[in-house]
Design a binder for this molecule. Structure first.
Ligand code: ADP
Length: 297
């Protein structure tokens, strides 16, 4: 079983002719609404790949909560440990997209910001049982630290987004940053070459293994003094939104099934590559049969 401790956000996406500057009002197009949030995306990614997934999180008592709970339940995710919280809105992301596809995003954590150590303690039996516990950085550090402490299996932490001052839990088995998040954690500039990535990843201590996701360049795996570059699968990407979430969800499934780190990273690269060939976040996430067919090409 896989436990995901994290965020659920309703994404509100508005097309804009250009991004507003301070003080400016811009008339945008029609709003589209999609389930999102890194926690929810990673839970859906894992469930769609055949993972048995349970979620620890918080939503408000509003309509957005129903949308978010419906979205994860529809994929078979166990929502017993998602708590409805009075007097606070469900997390939302306000996303403006200009004609060039550039976006600006405001995340309002809402109920996600209320997730604390007590929520993880309430879910202690679940976390103890989980083969893999998956964390990100859209909920308070306090919740992540408690979850990592209570987890009985592998702790996978995706330190995203790169929040200034966020402190990853001290007990992490697999840390999965992208280049920007690696720079934030290691205090270096964003590494460009593989050598730069290796040097920055070596600065991270306290994680058993580090897997740096490198977009179209695949991933860099670092365990002890050894490192290995796993190239990306060649695809024609149309939208890389949630590629990292797709990778983390898939990695959790493979690790929970007892595959090695290297096997799991390759499998997750396949799932993530598929997700880049489709638009959107959750709609783009791959099913297990698609990954198997992709690898058998
Ligand atoms: P994030 O979305 O967190 O920034 P990345 O962009 O590093 O994460 O992407 C995560 C993973 O998705 C990569 O390690 C890779 O396996 C896959 N991926 C991303 N972009 C591409 C691409 N253009 N072609 C193939 N695979 C990709």
């Amino acid at each position: 079983m896989i436990a995901v401790v994290g965020s659920l956000n309703l994404d509100l996406v508005a097309p804009v002719p250009h991004h507003p500057v301070p003080g400016e009002t811009v008339l945008g197009g029609d709003i589209a609404q999609h389930p999102g949030g890194k926690g929810a995306n990673q839970a859906v990614a894992a469930a769609r790949l055949g993972g048995d997934v349970a979620f620890v999180g918080r939503v408000g008592e509003d309509d957005a909560a129903d949308v978010m709970l419906g979205a994860v339940r529809q994929e078979g995710v166990d929502t017993t440990h998602i708590t409805r919280t009075p007097d606070v809105a469900t997390g939302r992301a306000l996303i403006a997209v200009d004609p060039a596809g550039e976006n600006t995003i405001i995340v309002s954590p809402g109920a996600n910001g209320r997730l604390g150590a007590a929520d993880c303690e309430d879910a202690a039996a679940l976390l103890q049982r989980a083969a893999v516990t998956v964390l990100q950085q859209e909920v308070p550090d306090e919740a992540n630290h408690a979850a990592a402490r209570l987890a009985g299996g592998i702790v996978l932490h995706n330190p995203a987004p790169a929040v200034a001052g966020a402190v990853p839990p001290p007990h992490v088995d697999v840390l999965v940053p992208n280049r920007t998040e690696l720079a934030a954690l290691s205090g270096t500039r964003v590494p460009e070459t593989i050598e730069d990535v290796v040097a920055a990843a070596r600065k991270l201590t306290g994680a058993g293994a580090v897997i740096v996701t490198l977009g179209g360049d695949g991933v860099l795996l670092l365990e002890g003094t050894a490192h290995l570059h796993v190239p990306a699968f060649r695809v024609h990407p149309v939208d890389t939104t949630a590629a990292g979430d797709s990778f983390c969800g898939a990695l959790a499934v493979a690790l929970a099934e007892g595959r090695t780190l290297e096997q799991s990273a390759r499998w997750a690269c396949a799932a993530a590559a598929i997700s880049t060939t489709r638009a959107g976040a959750q709609p783009s996430l791959a099913r297990r049969d698609e990954v198997e067919a992709f690898l058998a090409r």
